[in-house]
Ligand binder design. Structure first.
Ligand SMILES: Cc1cc2nc3c(=O)[nH]c(=O)nc-3n(C[C@H](O)[C@H](O)[C@H](O)COP(=O)(O)O)c2cc1C
Length: 160
């Protein structure tokens, strides 16, 4: 395989951008991810690939649950605030207000247009990211008009 062709081809895959969150034993964490997709209608399953050495990975493994906050098209700046480690202060995580998810306690970011909570059903540990398959158990829409942030429009890459 030509490594450059592999890199450039995989970089043509299209993605959204999401803030993935989790809560376990009193700790909360949030990080921006793009490797996420729906994977079944019934039951409603999603899959997300999470870096093995991250706090996100540790808390999702511990709680067997997570929440996904969907970024709006104009929220690139919020996405960039969650590339760095999570810091919680005065009801805010990395500067943004949140509330605990009703089913999972994972942070739901109040400024983002939509969210869902999911419970992990399967874990595929291979390579430098783990794929968590999870069932969607709760969802909410804060802004019906919102359009999602698309990776291609940001000029960022995570893949290749
Ligand atoms: C554009 C971009 C996309 C990212 N996508 C993912 C992803 O799909 N999965 C993942 O585990 N980390 C992804 N990351 C890395 C996380 O945002 C970052 O490692 C995490 O927020 C830091 O979390 P930690 O403090 O838990 O290590 C991405 C980073 C960037 C810059």
């Amino acid at each position: 395989m030509d490594p450059e062709a592999k890199k450039q081809t995989l970089r043509l895959l299209t993605y959204g951008l999401y803030i993935l969150t989790a809560a376990d034993k009193g700790e909360v964490v949030a990080g921006t991810v793009n490797w996420l997709s729906q994977a079944s209608f019934a039951p409603p399953l999603v899959m997300v690939a999470v870096k093995r050495d991250s706090r996100l990975h540790a808390l999702i493994e511990g709680s067997r649950a997570f929440a996904v906050n969907i970024l709006g098209a104009n929220q690139k700046e919020i996405a960039s605030a969650f590339f760095r480690p999570s810091q919680v202060e005065n009801g805010r995580i990395n500067g943004y207000p949140f509330e605990p998810g009703p089913q999972t306690a994972a942070p739901l970011l109040i400024d983002l247009p939509a969210w869902f909570e999911a419970r992990v059903t399967d874990t595929v540990k291979r390579g430098d990211h783990t794929v968590f398959v999870a069932e969607v158990i709760n969802a909410g829409l804060r802004d019906l008009q919102a359009k999602p942030l698309e990776m291609w429009d940001t000029g960022w890459y995570y893949g290749g």
